[in-house]
Structures are given as C-alpha cells and as structure tokens.
Design a protein around this ligand. Sequence first.
Ligand code: AFP
Length: 343
Amino acid sequence: MILNKVVTLEEFIVKQQKSYPDATGELSGLLRDIGFAAKIVNREVNKAGLVDILGIAGHSNSSGEEVKKLDVFAHEQYIRALRTSGECCGVASEESESYIAFEREAAQNAKYVVCIDPLDGSSNIDVNVSIGTIFAIYKRVSDAGICDVNDFLQQGNRLVAAGYVIYGSSTMLVYTTIGSKVNGFTLDPSIGEFCLSHPNLSIPSKGRIYSINESYWHRFPKAVNDFIVYCKGEDASTNRPYSSRYIGSMVADFHRNLIKGGIFIYPAMRGYKNGKLRLLFECNPMAFIVEHAGGKASNGTSRILDIVPTELHQRTPIFIGSKEMVEMAEQFIFEGELAAVCC
Ligand code: AFP
C-alpha cells in the first residue's frame, strides 16, 4: 500500500516562503508561532468539559460582554506566542481594551502587527459547540521602535495574511497570505501536527445556506428582512428555499459556508447601528479569506476591506460568503434605508 505524503503546516509554510525569493522568513515564523499557540489552546478547549476551567472569569471585556476563563487563557497563550516570536511588534486583541506593544528590542524591530480574536463564540463553550480563533497580520506603518495605534488602524485591503482556527469535531487552521490561495490544515492529534487537508479552498459562487440570527427580525432593517423572505421563497430555478443554519459562532458559521456555499449576515439593527461584529478582529480577516477563496464581503453597500478604521473595537454590519448571494443581498440594501432604520 502506498501512503500519501502528509504535508504539515510547518512544511507548507517553508515551501510557500521558498516561492518568494525576497522573503525573510519573518512572516513564516509568525504563522508557525500562531500554529503552535493554536495547539495549546486546542488542548485546553478539548478538556474544557473535564477540568474546572468552565465558567465566567468574573469580568467583562472592553465591549461589556462576559469573559469566560477559556477566553482569558486563549488571549494569554496567543499573546505569549507572539511576544516571544520576535517577529511581531504588537498585538490588538478583542479581549483587551487597548493594543499591547512589545518592548523587547527584537520586537521593536519587528515589522508585523497582529489583530486577534483569541476565542470567538465563547458563549458556546459550555455546550460543546465549535468555537474559534481569528487572526489578521499587517505590516506596521510606524518606524522601528514601540508600535502605535496607527499600526492597527489599517484598512483590511492592507492585510498581509489572515486565518482562523476552528475547534470543532476536528480542529482546523485555515489561512491565506496576500496573493495566495486559501489552505486548510486539520490537526492530527496522534502526531500533534496540522496537516494539509483542504488545499486551494474556494467558496461556491452560488450557495444555498443563509446564516443570520433571525430572532432579531423585528430590529432588522426592512431590506434585510426582504432578503430573508427571498431566501425562504419557493423557486426551483434558483434552488430556493435556501437552508437556514446559524450556530452563533462566526468561525463555525463561516467555515461551513466556505466549504458548502452560503452567506453569513450580521446586519445593522435597531439599537446597534453597526451590528455586533468587530471590523479589526472578525470582519477584516474573514473578508480577506473569503475574497481569496473567490467570495465576497460587504457591509451592505461597500467592501469590508475598504472600510477605514478609526478605533480598535469598531463594529460593522457584515454580509459575507458566496459571491452571488452577497451580491443578491446587496441588491436589497439601500444605504438610505439602513440609515433610516438604525439611527
Ligand atoms: P461570543 O464570543 O460572545 O459568543 O459572540 C460570538 C459572536 O461574536 C460571533 O462569533 C457570532 O456570530 C455572534 O457573536 C453571535 O451573536 P448573536 O448571539 O447576537 O447572534
């Protein structure tokens, strides 16, 4: 029997690096460090039901939401990995009000910053539902030395790399770098390595899954409800009605739609004029990935990656997934109408 050669994440990163003659290996080092931290977080997520790590850590994050112990653990692990890597001069984390500037000399000379949501979907931890980590890597814009806030307040169209880890029925790391394909690696627990399992991922252009928390129906703009009604409509020629699937973990909803085709929506709504999800920690990295997979990400009227951030914890409405579904949703959206409902 001939066994296929397994390609590990580390081997893949090195191979990718070799295809760029000018590459210094710094980005590769950073990606490897994120992969390492992902394994440690995965280990704790897997034993969450066994050890006394479940429960609320007793304080709120900067957005006023409950912080669970695993959120804190994941935040600390990723920060530690990035601090020691020497390839990163600072991190902005969804779990931290301000960015964290690394002071070691090697870090001050490093050219990358990372924005990270260490444990997205944490309200699902207690019920054994998939959760994830989302990361985004930019080149700093400041000169060497201590990084500053402008290094993080960059448009998504300046991203160098982005990815996510999904801690699910299996654990996967999916990432892409500028100008490359999206590749997925599944953690083989028997060898402790992420192995290439989903090369060159591309999202079907016509999906038939829509993912939105419909319980907010009465708060949504009419255009969003009109799109939901369209998804539920009967029409054989467009394969409708579409299927509704909503996990409540963006990483898990996004990952399913990436593989099967679909749209994930977290719109503006009454009381939340910019929706819930954060531009820097959730929307930009996912938009970068979906575009590299042939999909689309919009706030309803403009490309997510073109939004100019003004604050670290800025939120934005998002429509993300299969290109034709996002374009169809956009057809229902009118800026004026959204503004009228939300403001
Ligand atoms: P938590 O991390 O607080 O569970 O929030 C998860 C999340 O940011 C995103 O992953 C989900 O898609 C979204 O919020 C779910 O929000 P709703 O509960 O309002 O639908």
